[in-house]
Write a protein that binds this ligand. Sequence first.
Ligand code: GLP
Length: 241
Amino acid sequence: MNIYTFKNEADFNATGASLIASLLHTKPRAVLGLATGSTPVGIYGRLIEMYQQGLVSFAKASSYNLDEYVGLPEGHSESYRTFMNEKLFNHIDIQLENTHVPNGNAADLKEECVKYDAMLEQNGPVDLQILGIGHNGHIGFNEPDDSLDGGTHVAELQEKTRTANARFFPSLDDVPKHAITMGVGSILKAKQILLLVRGEDKAEIVKRALKGPITTQCPASLLQCHPNVVVLLDQGAGRLL
Ligand code: GLP
């Protein structure tokens, strides 16, 4: 595991964006595993700038997002599909049909999960999987539990997760209670993982995830089993390492 700590946000974003851009240079048809949340937004912003400057192209790339809320109407401002379109896809040359986000409105959610895994199996493995981390150690929406699902599944969101994400909704009641998420098994199949964490409030969970015991009670700790993980932290998030 290679851990880098950054003093300033611009360097954090530039490093993350460069990793993705160099992958696309060596492999234009790269399969990207993308994440939502506030942490990757600056990196997506830097990638947009690089694209505008002719430094990177996504024309042949494809992407698979980690997760999506269940039940938000299509086009809802907080759906992860809308997030990805607005923060990245609408501003670069990726073909929209090559971007994949689980459909949280599928009539049959279980079937949607099976379909998503089949696509990942057929078009994967993911070359580079971007991850954030929740305060409880979740990755994607894989919440701490006695056991974890390997594949894509419908997850019930913990109160802590709903409360953390309530800042994006009018009230806590508006935060969905379920989401579709890739499982830890699917996540760990990626060739390389780029874990991004910022903020002092994440210092404790970063320590547990990277240095603590490997346990399903901290899903991010399973990343210690992966042979190729790059971690980018700001000073706050890396404070306890
Ligand atoms: C959500 C997403 C996760 C993300 C997490 C952290 O719960 N499902 O994929 O890692 O938020 O978000 P943030 O980067 O805003 O702290």
